[in-house]
Structures are given as structure tokens and as C-alpha cells.
Design a protein around this ligand. Structure first.
Ligand code: ARG
Length: 463
């Protein structure tokens, strides 16, 4: 037990199985960059408090840099190299001792692992948020570029998975851009709230040294020190919020993935899957499977799992630090890795998408998707909408019975459903007119979508 950070009061050694089982080093090794950064910040703070003289501070900082520089951040290797390390804090102290000797043992003056892990995790989550925002920027750029390229190409839109009205492909893509912009703002918002420094909170009640807490906070790029030591050492809201924002993003990504999976079926035939992002079947030679979108749909489930695990972990946890919190690390790592993986493939995949515009147009231009525009024509002629709806419904029924679209009915036939029909009816239900009658902010009229695409392009800089 003499190798432990806390052996003093213990006479008996740890049960071997318990010792191995309770270690966090097998997964928290990846916090080494954060642990070293936080330790350097703390070294500055205790030097300012007179615990280290300037030569000692210099030696300490150089030693900490070596700890990071001389380790290959390869999980299995790092973990195998230090079977005695209980966690990342213990590991760093052991390594630092190799480089600076007993001076290393001064580093823990005025600090506790409870504030360290709270700090390391905040730094980790902050980096993960920045990486997510970067990834979102790339993916949104690809979606906006695809919307620009799709010009005036159309597709059917669906409610209840039944064809509804024609929309521009760009309009559909911008729906996802809207979701992703809200996601980006959720991450930015969470980042603002979490950017406070726990260092100086001690084990629970605050450092026992008159530390200037603003020193470490500034060193680490935090906006300020956290205001309450009990909260700071046991708060994991920041991790929960990250996984929750990741969850919402994951739900959005999986909606996109599901739609593309559907579009790629022979039944829809809207999309020819890019070969570089599809796989074959070992059994059925003809297959080209949408593995990317399916895996995306599946991986989004892990994000929900991470957020749920963290929420359950925090629920009912008494103040302040409890060892349960150690279990909150892996869900955060998993969410960060899962998101990073998804966002690493989505931009290129999106750029490679080739819609079958002809089939989408045919699907948008048949099956009475102009019925709402037709009813609008009548209501513009003064027919109350409820009545107009009824008359067009009758015309649709007649069309279905005689195998024709609304535009293929003769004026005489139409007049049987209402004398308001005139020659101008046909021009009001063309594909273009059907799009353009939605001339409102957020509508699919061609001029509105052109504006919306331009506005999305302009907003890209801020994402
Ligand atoms: N490995 C621990 C964790 O992740 C570090 C904090 C340990 N603190 C303690 N009082 N045992 O939570």
C-alpha cells in the first residue's frame, strides 16, 4: 500500500480483486493532456502562494511537460506500462516523480483529486464540444453546398410517409440545416455554462491554502473560478449537458440517415448510394447496402445511452464527491468518440450523394400533390377553403376513377365540381406554381428557397 496516494492510515493491503476492479486508469489514461494542463495551472497557483520558489516551479513545469511528451497516448500500452497506477492522478504523480524526484510530492499541496477530476473532465468536455462544433461546421457546409447544387430540383414531401406536396430538394436539406444549427447552439450554450474552473475547491470545502484561484482559471482558459466548492467537486451537469446535446444531435442525424436509407430503396429509387460508402453482401451478389446510414442510426442509440447513464448516476447522489462519479467518465468518452466518428464520415458522404432527380420529379409531379394548390386556386376565387377542399376532393376522386391527374381533367369535367373553375386553373397547378404558391418565410416557393440557401451560406461562418 505504500505506493498509494493515501496509504498512511491503512495497515492492511487491498484485496487484489477489489484493487484491480476499482481502478479508473484503464480508461482515464486518456485524460493525461488535461491532467498535465491542470497540474501546470495548479503549480502556478501554489508558486504564487509561496509553496514553490521560481526554480522549483520551472522544474515542475518542465517535468510535467515531459510526462506528457514522453508517453505515447496509446491506451493498451499506457495502461500496461503502469499496473500500479490507481488513476490518472496517481499515474501522473508517479511519472513526475521519475523526472523531478521528491519535488513531485509538493504538487499535491492545497489540492484534491476530487477537484482534479472535475477539472480534467471539464477540459475534456470543452475540447469535445469544440471538436463537435468543428465537425458540425463541416457537415453543415456540405449540406448547404448540396442544397446549392440541387438548384430547382424537386422531390415529394411526406406526412405520415404518404406523399404530401412537392418541395425543392434544397428545402428538404435546409430542414436538416435548421436542426443542426440548433444543435450547434446547444453545444455553444453548454460550453458557456461549463467554462468555470473547479481548481481551488479542495476535497469538498475549498483549498486549505490561500490560493488565488483566478491564476489557474486563467491559465486553463476558464472564464472564472467556480463559486461553490461543494458543487464544483460533485457537479457533472456539464457532462450531462454535453451528452444530452449529443443525444439531440444524434436523433437528428438518425432521422437523416433513416430518410436516406428509405430513399436508397428500389421502391423509392431517389438515391443511387455512393459505392465508396456502401457495402456488399457475402451471400447475395447483387446487393449494395446502406451500411453508413444504418450504422449512423445505430450509433445514435449509444448517445442516448450515455446521457441516460449520466442522468441516472447523478440522480439521488448526495453532496459532494462520491466514487460513483468515476462511472461518469466512460459515457462521456463514448459519446465524444461516437460523435467524432459520425461527424468524420458525414461530410464526405453528403458530398458524394447523387439524387435521381428525374425519379424524384416524377414522384413529385404525379399523385395529386398539387391538390392543395388546386384548393388554393378556388379559395382565391372566393370559395371558402372548406368548400374548396371538398370540391377538389371530389375532383381527385373522379381523377382516381378515370386514371387521370387534376391537370388532365377537361374544363367541362371540372366545372361539374364548381363553376369557379376557369382556364387559368391549369397554370395554377403546374409543378412550378405548386411550389411558388408557398411564398412565405420558411416556405418552399423557389424565390424563398433561393434566399434561404443564401442566408444559410452566410450563417456558416458563425457555426
Ligand atoms: N478516479 C477518481 C474519479 O474518477 C478520481 C477522484 C478520486 N477521489 C477520491 N476521493 N477517491 O472519480
Amino acid at each position: 500500500n505504500a505506493t498509494k496516494m493515501w496509504s498512511g492510515r491503512f495497515g492492511e493491503p487491498l484485496n487484489k480483486r477489489f484493487e484491480e476492479w476499482q481502478r479508473s486508469f484503464p480508461f482515464d489514461w486518456r485524460l493525461l493532456p488535461q491532467e498535465v494542463a491542470a497540474s501546470k495551472a495548479h503549480a502556478h497557483a501554489i508558486a504564487a502562494a509561496g509553496i514553490l520558489d521560481s526554480t522549483e516551479l520551472q522544474t515542475m513545469l518542465e517535468g510535467l511537460d515531459r510526462v506528457l511528451a514522453e508517453i505515447e497516448l496509446d491506451g493498451p500500452k499506457v495502461v500496461a506500462s503502469a499496473p500500479e497506477a490507481e488513476d490518472i492522478h496517481h499515474f501522473t504523480e508517479l511519472q513526475l516523480t521519475k523526472f523531478v524526484g521528491n519535488l513531485a510530492l509538493k504538487l499535491h499541496t492545497g489540492r484534491s483529486r476530487n477537484e482534479q477530476i472535475a477539472t480534467d473532465m471539464r477540459l475534456f468536455v470543452r475540447d469535445a464540444i469544440d471538436a463537435t462544433l468543428e465537425g458540425l461546421h463541416h457537415w453543415i457546409s456540405a449540406l448547404v453546398a448540396l442544397a446549392e447544387q440541387s438548384g430547382e430540383s424537386v422531390m415529394p414531401s411526406y406526412t405520415h410517409l404518404q406523399r404530401a406536396e412537392p418541395v425543392l430538394i434544397a428545402h428538404w436539406l435546409l430542414a436538416y440545416v435548421s436542426m443542426l444549427e440548433r444543435d450547434a447552439s446547444r453545444f455553444r450554450d453548454a460550453r458557456k455554462r461549463m467554462n468555470l474552473c473547479p481548481l481551488g475547491s479542495g476535497a469538498i470545502a475549498g483549498a486549505t491554502l490561500a490560493l488565488d484561484r483566478t491564476i489557474a482559471a486563467r491559465e486553463l482558459g476558464f472564464d472564472a473560478p467556480t463559486p461553490n466548492s461543494m458543487d464544483a467537486t460533485s457537479d457533472r451537469d456539464f457532462a450531462l449537458e454535453f451528452t444530452q446535446a449529443a443525444t439531440v444531435l444524434g436523433l437528428h442525424i438518425s432521422r437523416f440517415a433513416e430518410e436516406l436509407t428509405l430513399h436508397a430503396t428500389a421502391e423509392f429509387g431517389f438515391l443511387d448510394l455512393p459505392e465508396a460508402f456502401s457495402t456488399g453482401s457475402s451471400a447475395m451478389p447483387q446487393k449494395k447496402n446502406p451500411d453508413l446510414t444504418e450504422l449512423i442510426r445505430g450509433k445514435s442509440a449509444r448517445l442516448v445511452g450515455s446521457a441516460t447513464a449520466l442522468a441516472m448516476l447523478i440522480k439521488g447522489l448526495p453532496l459532494a464527491y462520491n466514487k460513483d462519479l468515476q462511472e461518469g467518465q466512460e459515457p462521456v468518452f463514448d459519446a465524444a468518440d461516437t460523435l467524432a466518428g459520425m461527424l468524420s464520415v458525414l461530410p464526405d458522404f453528403t458530398r458524394a450523394l447523387k439524387f435521381r432527380a428525374d425519379r424524384m420529379k416524377t414522384a413529385a409531379d404525379s399523385g395529386y400533390l398539387n391538390a392543395m394548390a388546386a384548393a388554393t386556386y378556388l379559395s382565391n376565387k372566393g370559395v371558402p377553403f372548406r368548400k374548396a377542399h371538398e370540391k377538389i376532393g371530389n375532383a381527385v376522386r373522379f381523377g382516381l376513377e378515370t386514371g387521370r391527374e387534376l391537370g388532365q381533367l377537361t374544363l367541362d369535367e371540372l366545372k361539374a365540381f364548381g363553376d369557379e373553375f376557369g382556364e387559368d386553373f391549369y397554370a395554377s397547378i403546374t409543378l412550378e406554381a405548386t411550389l411558388d404558391c408557398h411564398d412565405v418565410i420558411g416556405g418552399t416557393a423557389r424565390n424563398r428557397v433561393t434566399e434561404a440557401v443564401q442566408a444559410a451560406r452566410a450563417r456558416l461562418e458563425g457555426i
